[in-house]
Design a protein around this ligand. Sequence first.
Ligand code: ZN
Length: 672
Amino acid sequence: MPLIASQAMPSIFLQSQQQRRLAVQITVDGLQQGLIEGLVDPQKPFVDVAYKNHIEHQKYDAPQTVSSPEHQQDMRFLQTLAEQTYQDPHYLPFFKRLYADNYASIARVGISSTPTISVRNLPIIKTGAKVSGEQGTGIPNFHFVDREEDRAYYFFGNDALQLDRLMQANKVKTMFDRLNYLKTLNCNAQYDWNAHTSYDALVNLGAGEALRDFGEKRCVRELQERAKVEQKLTEIRTQLINDINDYQAIPVWSFYTKLSRKWAIENSIEQYAKLDGKGMPDYTLIYNPWPDHFAHFVGPFSDEIIMPTGELNRLDYWITQVEQTYQTAGVYSRTLWGMAGDHGLAPVYYTLNPEKVIFQPLEKKLGYALNIEKISSDEGEGPKITNALNYPSNKGADVVVASTAGGNFMLDLFNSQQGWKTQPHYRELTQWQPINHQSQASIDLIAETLNALGDTLDYMVIRENQCNEETCEVRLIGERDGERVDEFITKQGDRYFYSAQDTQASLLNVHQLNPYLALPNSPDKSKAEFETFAGYYGQCVLQAKENDPSTWCNESQWRELTRYTPRPDSVVQLAKLYAESRAGTINLFPRDGIGYNTKVPGRHAGESYLEKDAFIGFWGTPIGDNVTPLMTEENGSLAPTLFEYLTGEKVIINQNGWGYPSLLNRLDIQPQ
Ligand SMILES: [Zn+2]
């Protein structure tokens, strides 16, 4: 028993255990902040705007669309919320309390990184690592072509099992790696190879669909058991601290009394050591897949999601259950709670398949076949099976296509003059020659793509030049009022310049206010907000000079400007899209209400506010009254904030694998 050897040590150690900090990190697939805020407070504009857009959804149709999702979205509850006063104490009780007590520590506008895809954003919210660079996840999308390996990845079915391998190869540090000296628990989340107790994510997803709440029940049961043990541990620790103090007070000459007391203490310590691993985890990671999982098939605002019997109320119920175990254990007051979504979702009313719309007419025009490889399934279809060991080469392909979640369609091309492995940039894509070409004439693939997709396209994003983490120029192309619009974002270090070819830049709506968000109630505050917005617009858009990067706005200034707009953090996110070279050659994003290559009414991976606005917020007794309000924050700040709370170690961005800042200094954390 080394603990007893030194006189003061054990009681200090036990004392610190009685006051130790705990954290719970909840990651929810598809949790959107604006939606939750709208549901707990229908006075906010969200519900009205969402319902109005549903009623008027025919405005989203375009001549290029070919069908609609079969499933009709049931919006009766959204209608009820929009038209009546709805009071039900059993509806979202946890979230109502959360918004009432912790409004300042929930980001008004959350940011999911572009593209708003789970396979990209879940590792971000679970680990706090960014995608590109050293110790980055290296996973830009649900699907990508690794040009070094000559291998296409698609993370549905077999390749889902490759995710852990890829993250490990990049030396991404999970929270379990970072906290491996603490007691940790993983409830249903992937990337968990170091959790002390772990329930497998893939098993949960498989079993959970057939047997609802399987993983949630298992997690709560585990925590209930641990809560009982924690009560016992607290008792033993209190007793031990007293015994040790008594023991130290016994005079040395009272040899036998001292010895027998020492044996009693050693006994208690042995009992304590046996139980200690079974007490409340210092750190718990919870993953809940359901709000996203079902929203794809029924629509994000449908009854199945938002009704009192829907997915969000279920989530509310499970969080309450988990919180209860921390109360029972007597550790609630020392626990910091954080939750983030990986993205939100938007409804789909009309669909088309870009692969067919672009390439069928093009093949006809050319008079020969193109070699098109498709690596994804349609959204709503079963998994596509690839062989992990014997994967096919992509060298014979003109183009590799893949799509995700109805909101992102990727075209990978290989005609760079720098060679097959290099991503071709804009100019090369306007002079494309397919493998079977019969004349020397080249094809402007960008013009063909824009013509084919027309008004269904929000915009496409292409590399204007080669990109890396420090510098990049991307071109955005879309159609507005029947006219082609080309715009550019240039990144140089921390400075960003956004401009259009001929006119004022408009594809990213940086001059517009987001209709889903409320301005403050008081006219004075409202005026001040508008002036702040106008000030950033003037500085970032009007006054920035292309040839003088010192006049360009930096990341946080652009973020401040775009948080008012329908596209949170658009400029910075798009400038970073190609920081990871595996991000596809052409990224297509559909307009509101449109789905690319999908059969279902729920979409993400696109660029609308509804998809970008990932929830991120914190609560719990440790948070003080003087929180610096979270206005617009990246979902990747979840893990670093909780890490800093648990360890007291400062998180420095771009060091030690952290890709996002900690928000702990904003939370007015109280000393214990
Ligand atoms: Zn999804």
